[in-house]
Write a protein that binds this ligand. Structure first.
Ligand SMILES: [Zn+2]
Length: 292
C-alpha cells in the first residue's frame, strides 16, 4: 500500500512539473508605459492635445492599443500589470474602456521617474506603446524629446529618445525592455539601443506625413508581438549604461541652458548645453527632471 501511495505521489509531481514547463510562464509582472504620438492614426499635434477635434478618437485608439498589449501579456502568463499613462496631462487613457486586469497610473507625481513612475525591481518586463523618435529625427511622426525646448539629450555619448532614457530607468531597476511600438523611426532607434526587442511599426513617416496601418491591424500585431516578446523574456537584458553617467542636454534656447546651469552639480557645456555627471543614476534623473 505504501509503495502504491509513493508511486502515485511521484506521478502527480511528474505531471505537475511537465504541465508547468510546457505551458505559459506564470506570475509575470509587466510594466506598460503608454505615450500617444506613436499610436496608429496620429499624425498632428492636434490629435494628441485636448483642444484637438479628433483627440477623443485617438485617446480611444491609445486605450485600445494598450488593451492589445494587456491581452498579449495575459496570454504569455502575466498576472500583474501596471499601465502608466505617459503623455501630456497623463490623463488620456479612458479608464472605463481599459481592460479590468491592470492598475492604471495617471497624472504626474512631480518626481524624477516621469514616464516610468511606478517601476521597481519587482517587475519582469517593460513595454513601450505609442512611442516616438527623438527630436530631430528625419521621417518621424511628432518627433521630440520630452519638451519642445530640448534639442538633444546625450547619455554616455549616445543620443537618447525618450525610450532610451526610460529604458535606462528600467535598467536601473534591472528590468529589461522587451517591446516598443510607434512609428518605424522609433522602432529602429529602440533596436539600436536595446538589441532585438520586439517592435511594431504602426506607421512610417514620410517627412511629417506618414502611411499607417489600420488601427485594428495595429492592435492585432501589438497583441501578437507582446506575447512573442514575453515568451522569450530570457533573450533580453536590462539596458544599463555604465557609471560614471554623464548626461548632456542641448536646449533650443540659450536662456534655458543658463537657468539649468544653476542646478547643483550641473556644468555649462556649450552656448545652449548643460551637462551633469554622477555615479548615481538617480542623481542624473533628478538633473533631467529639473533642467528645463
Ligand atoms: Zn507624448
Amino acid at each position: 500500500m505504501r509503495k502504491r501511495i509513493f508511486v502515485l505521489c511521484a506521478l502527480v509531481l511528474f505531471l505537475c512539473f511537465f504541465a508547468r514547463a510546457g505551458g505559459a510562464q506564470k506570475g509575470l509582472k509587466v510594466f506598460i508605459s503608454v505615450d500617444m504620438e506613436g499610436i496608429s492614426g496620429v499624425i498632428h499635434w492636434d490629435d494628441v492635445s485636448r483642444k484637438g477635434d479628433d483627440y477623443p478618437l485617438f485617446r480611444k485608439f491609445m486605450t485600445q492599443e494598450t488593451n492589445a498589449a494587456i491581452v498579449g501579456a495575459l496570454e504569455a502568463g502575466a498576472t500583474e500589470i501596471l499601465v502608466r499613462d505617459s503623455h501630456g496631462s497623463a490623463r488620456n487613457i479612458l479608464p472605463d474602456l481599459l481592460r479590468h486586469e491592470p492598475e492604471l497610473l495617471r497624472d504626474w507625481s512631480g518626481g524624477p521617474l516621469i514616464m516610468m513612475e511606478g517601476i521597481d525591481k519587482t517587475f519582469d518586463a517593460v513595454i513601450f506603446i505609442g512611442y516616438h523618435a527623438r527630436a530631430g529625427t528625419p521621417d518621424a511622426v511628432l518627433k521630440h524629446t520630452m519638451t519642445g525646448t530640448i534639442f538633444d539629450v546625450v547619455l554616455n555619448g549616445k543620443k537618447m529618445p525618450e525610450a532610451g532614457i526610460n529604458g535606462a530607468i528600467a535598467g536601473h531597476f534591472d528590468v529589461p525592455v522587451v517591446m516598443v511600438t510607434g512609428d518605424l523611426a522609433i522602432c529602429k532607434q529602440a533596436n539600436e539601443l536595446f538589441g532585438d526587442v520586439e517592435t511594431v511599426a504602426v506607421k512610417e513617416g514620410i517627412g511629417k506625413a506618414a502611411k499607417m496601418l489600420h488601427p485594428v491591424k495595429a492592435q492585432e500585431l501589438i497583441k501578437k508581438k507582446t506575447t512573442a516578446a514575453l515568451k522569450r523574456l530570457k533573450d533580453f537584458k536590462p539596458y544599463k549604461p555604465k557609471p560614471p553617467f554623464t548626461m548632456e542636454i542641448t536646449f533650443t534656447e540659450e536662456e534655458i541652458a543658463e537657468r539649468s546651469s544653476w542646478i547643483p552639480g550641473a556644468k555649462r557645456s556649450g552656448d545652449r548645453s548643460v551637462s551633469f555627471t554622477s555615479n548615481d543614476f538617480m542623481e542624473i534623473l533628478k538633473f533631467f527632471r529639473l533642467a528645463r
